[in-house]
Design a protein. Structure first.
Ligand SMILES: [Zn+2]
Ligand SMILES: [Zn+2]
Length: 144
């Protein structure tokens, strides 16, 4: 099972939002049409990542939260790498890491992490979540 970039964005949004939110309130933040949002939520629900009843508020399941934590980890490791290893300006590194993160696998994130000696915080975005397990989606893809 794979997540599309659009599905990932929706997942990250729900993670940052923290509280449950209705699609009607979500659409202005995400700049998506209501039917698009509904069908994306339906897909995420089928994958067990989101808990949602039509017209009601949506929130992440425990599994959804775990997948989103990986995203935060990958983004911040990348950011740390860009700032400290490549000496890229903090503001630019922040933007680049957000653009690149949906394409970074756990395998690559773990390699960056070892190269950097397990950094605890990204210089501009705070704590880097330490996750022992690889993301469930990646385990399936890699056939582990
Ligand atoms: Zn940042
Ligand atoms: Zn990961």
């Amino acid at each position: 099972m794979k997540l599309s970039t659009a599905e990932k964005h929706l997942l990250w949004f729900l993670y940052d939002w923290i509280r449950p939110i209705r699609p009607g309130d979500m659409k202005e933040h995400l700049k998506l049409k209501h039917p698009t949002l509904n069908s994306q939520l339906e897909v995420l629900k089928k994958k067990g990542l989101v808990s949602w009843k039509k017209y009601g508020p949506a929130s992440l399941t425990q599994l959804g939260r775990m997948v989103a934590s990986h995203h935060v980890r990958h983004t911040r490791l990348l950011e740390f790498f860009l700032i400290n290893t490549l000496s890229i300006d903090e503001e630019v590194a922040h933007e680049e890491s957000i653009t690149l993160a949906p394409m970074v696998s756990c395998r690559l994130a773990d390699a960056i992490n070892s190269f950097l000696n397990n950094p605890e915080r990204s210089p501009c975005c705070g704590e880097i979540p330490q996750l022992e397990e690889r993301c469930v989606f990646e385990k399936q893809e890699e056939g582990i």
